[in-house]
Ligand binder design. Sequence first.
Ligand SMILES: [Zn+2]
Length: 293
Amino acid sequence: MKQIISPLLLIISVTYIQCNTLKAQTTELTAQELIALIKEEVNCEWQKETVDTFKAGDPATKVAGIATTFMATMEVLKKAKAQGCNLVITHEPTFYNHLDDMEPLERDPVQQAKLSFIEDNDMVVFRFHDHWHRHRPDGIYTGVIQAFGWEKYREGMEHKFIIPKTTLKELGYFIAQKFGTHTVRVVGNPDMELTYVGMVLGAAGRQRHLEMLNKRGIQAIIVGESQEWETVEYVRDANELGMEQGLIVMGHADSEEAGMAYCAEWLESFITKDIPVKFISAGNPLWSPEQFK
Ligand SMILES: [Zn+2]
């Protein structure tokens, strides 16, 4: 009896699970429901205090398509609309400050026009920052390390890399070429030889920059952005004091965007195929007058 019932129960429970998953995936999903799937899928606990919240639009809107991006810029929003993606998942803020506090610019024409565009086109913007970094392995680093082609040089799970011997200027040039930018900035001796490099993407701040820079053996760090009077001046002084170090400031967007391209792949792995997922590049907004010479 036991032998007969067990397989039967198994079939019933498998069918039940399949029906449940199917139900979640085939009915039209609202932005709220879709974000709930993301909350289930990340392998870290969802934080009570987080910037990963809806920033504009109605979470009850049915999702026709999803666009992931580094930054929900006006250009990205227009492209998302043109491609039928009404849910935009952005890594960084939409309204020009970390908490997307809209009050200081409440009457500002830029903020107002951006918000109107989102609302008038029934779009929804959600920020996916904290938990994409907390997910293991960190979703942003996974995508960026792939873009660098540096998986093979990685040392352990920290963001340290033993790369073939190069110089600081060659490494800066490699990054400029790789990301098509004219605004990579470097501090330190251009001819400094190095093999041991740390990555601290985004705007992680002085403390995390220096923690990585002062790890045993690390010769240079690659960062997204830095306060010019903090890490930049520390590295300048270190070199003047005979402690050779290198700092490469590659730009915040270039330093993290590949992680949101990877986010689109990750979403496709568990979201119904009925909802298209696209990555839309925000790109690096900075240019240099040098490039027009
Ligand atoms: Zn980030």
